[in-house]
Design a binder for this molecule. Sequence first.
Ligand code: SAH
Length: 346
Amino acid sequence: MSTTKQDIRALTKEQLRAFFVKEGDKAFRGNQVYEWLWQKSAHSFEEMTNISKETRQMLEANFVINHIQVDTMQRSSDGTIKNAVRLHDDLIVESVLIPTATRTTACVSSQVGCSLDCRFCATARLKRMRNLNPDEIYDQVVAIDNESRLYHNRPLSNIVFMGMGEPLMNYKNVLEAIDKITSPEGLAMSPKRIVVSTSGVPKMIKKMADDNVKFKLAVSLHSAIDEVRTSIMPFNATFPLASLREALEYWYTKTKNRITYEYVVWKGINDQRKDVDALVKFCKFAPSKVNLIEYNPIDDGEFQQAKSEAIDMYQNVLEANNITVTIRRSRGKDIDAACGQLANKS
Ligand code: SAH
């Protein structure tokens, strides 16, 4: 159902306070409504029980709350949960809850589809439809937090922007969502528990550094050799490794925050010694660590996970060069919830 009423969560607290003053009410009413909208994550004006009925009706006449709906929820045998989330305009994005012994991580989407064209990623096959609004990102986190409490008896502990979309191509809204997530007036989570993962948009990495953000940065590198990277991530032709490297050095100089490189090793693509050597060299430019991710096959057989010998070689060579390396096993594969598998199959 389309509507011309304004999304009330597009207003700042100050704008909401000003609205009530204009309506002849107290500015404080704005604070109360703001608290319902964010901290209490109200889906409707009726829920706002400390607001008079007339005021609620007046809000109803002027605004909508474009709350997301969890359309379907799938649970994996390993405890991973995937939500298909319906937006107010009926588009769908996915978000994932990943439980481990010590933490529960929400993997959230920042765009509907993606404009990048990584050849190994299922989301890339959906064209980018639109950016998510800050409230739509925030709602995904709230939904996962509720599920974490319900199914795992603990609140959400971490958030990764590794769902659908390229967060740095929706930077303003991602930043606003993180502001709300970390604010005491929102979820009060520590920014140190949030990772923004990017394919590497140099200009935006510099902007993040200038904005003095407190969350962590991960870069989907996958190859430190331009020809190889361009062949699997074609946008690398526009943002080659030299410009990425320069932006990352800038990031580290300004933030002193170590960078994580996400890296999948594929058979016949980046499984040779020269590939590891290039990665080692790239890692020397700014303090960093490498996260070797297991490949999650998407339908065709073009990409295949490298043999374990190749992964061992990466680990050995990186460690011999004093670079921290972690190996990340996939979660939720049986429900297509693993990295790169989010494509609204349902
Ligand atoms: N656009 C952002 C965030 C989304 S992708 C980015 O590129 O970082 C999240 C991570 O999943 C990235 O590291 C991406 O390279 C990786 N990925 C994509 N497809 C994958 C697949 N099929 N198997 C394993 N990892 C994949």
